[in-house]
Design a protein around this ligand. Structure first.
Ligand SMILES: [Fe+2]
Length: 378
């Protein structure tokens, strides 16, 4: 077997690196950035401060934050209009997964003139992403999706809410400014739910079936950083725990170019059907999905247990640890705790089986398996 491994994005990491943004733009002759963010981040103090700092260096940012919680095509088209009408020369995605998705889709749309969904990766549209794209910079404000180092965006159709994936190496940021201080004001629930998403990325990437020793090494270290810091970051945050969480989240997204698995396929339908927060949906399903994967992956679970620092190094002990972790973070351990009812099980199982993540799971997952897993979790 032959493989290709790509790690091309520059990552500037550490407390206060957001203050380097204006000098970086100046050094690259960029004076008219479009800041793409969600409406919540647009109202935060640090965002206003960053805008003022740019203005003081004679950089004239335009802001686009008119987007839905689950972004749709019209959000992207509106943002693209703002980019063009304002003569912007680069795009800076600032925020969590939603802002990154919209920013990345605008990056694609500016110089690609077919309908946005012509470029849908699921129908082979990635091969048409061939034109130049605007200079793209990302700044994460949560430690969860890791989308800042990603190359894909999930955008839904306005009418039928079907999700499309825009994917191309050209959609990678040129540079990422990872500043853990930007997560200081996140409330405990968001820190917990997004953090569990990041932990799920690392665990699923480590187990995913593709051969990828580089990603597996990154995933194991991501597991270590997150499991050592997440309780502290949620219950009594300090600079070290926030820093570890952001590093672990970025590492998770780098690692999952190897693939994800059964847990994300269990989680995605909960968001589409019941509007469950993505991280929360992963957190609740994680112990059940991991238990499903133990058989055949015993050696890998021993390595996970060793990395977490468990006394007993079996898959079952990893699963117990994950249940306990959800408890300690104040998250539910049952699907009924997030509003799932028996009548949801059939439609959830259909959607989970149709999901694009589980083909990378270390062992095959049937529709019947999904149903069993949901019933166990109920
Ligand atoms: Fe995720």
């Amino acid at each position: 077997m032959k493989y290709t491994y790509n790690f091309p994005t520059t990552i500037r990491f550490g407390s206060g690196v957001i203050n380097e943004l204006s000098d970086y733009l100046k050094a690259n002759n960029l004076n008219r950035p479009l800041l793409v963010t969600d409406p919540v981040v647009a109202g935060l103090e640090f965002f206003k401060k960053t805008k003022n700092e740019l203005a003081s260096k004679k950089i004239h940012p335009e802001v686009f934050s008119d987007m839905h919680k689950n972004p749709v095509k019209s959000d992207v088209l509106k943002g693209t209009d703002v980019f063009k009408k304002s003569n912007c020369d680069c795009i800076i995605g600032i925020g969590g997964g939603v802002a990154m998705d919209v920013a990345r889709a605008i990056v694609l749309k500016v110089n690609h003139h077919e309908d946005l969904f012509y470029y849908d990766d699921l129908i082979g549209g990635d091969k048409y992403v061939t034109n130049e794209v605007p200079y793209f910079i990302t700044v994460p404000t949560t430690s969860g999706t890791g989308s800042e180092v990603g190359r894909s965006a999930i955008i839904a159709d306005d009418i039928n809410h079907q999700k499309k994936i825009l994917f191309a190496p050209k959609l990678l940021a040129k540079i990422v400014f990872c500043d853990p201080e930007l997560t200081n004001d996140l409330p405990p629930f968001i820190t917990a739910a997004t953090g569990m998403d990041a932990l799920t990325h690392n665990l699923e990437a480590f187990l995913a079936k593709m051969e990828h020793p580089i990603c597996e090494g990154i995933a194991l270290e991501g597991i270590r950083l997150i499991t050592q810091s997440i309780e502290k970051a949620v219950n009594k945050p300090d600079s070290a725990s926030r820093t570890n969480m952001m590093m672990g989240s970025t590492m998770g997204a780098i690692a999952f170019q190897k693939g994800l698995g059964v847990v994300h396929s269990l989680a995605h339908p909960l968001s589409s059907l019941l509007d469950t927060h993505h991280g929360l949906a992963n957190a609740v399903n994680l112990p059940y999905g991991m238990r499903f994967n133990i058989g055949g992956c015993e050696e890998k679970f021993t390595r996970i247990a060793r990395t977490i620092g468990l006394k007993k190094k079996t898959g079952e002990h990893v699963v117990d640890f994950l249940f306990q972790l959800n408890n300690n973070l104040g998250l539910p351990v049952k699907l009924s705790g997030i509003g799932v009812k028996p009548e949801h099980i059939e439609p959830l199982s259909d959607l989970a089986f149709a999901d694009f993540c589980h083909p990378n799971n270390p062992k095959p997952v049937t529709r019947e398996d999904f149903k069993k897993l949901y019933l166990e979790g109920l």
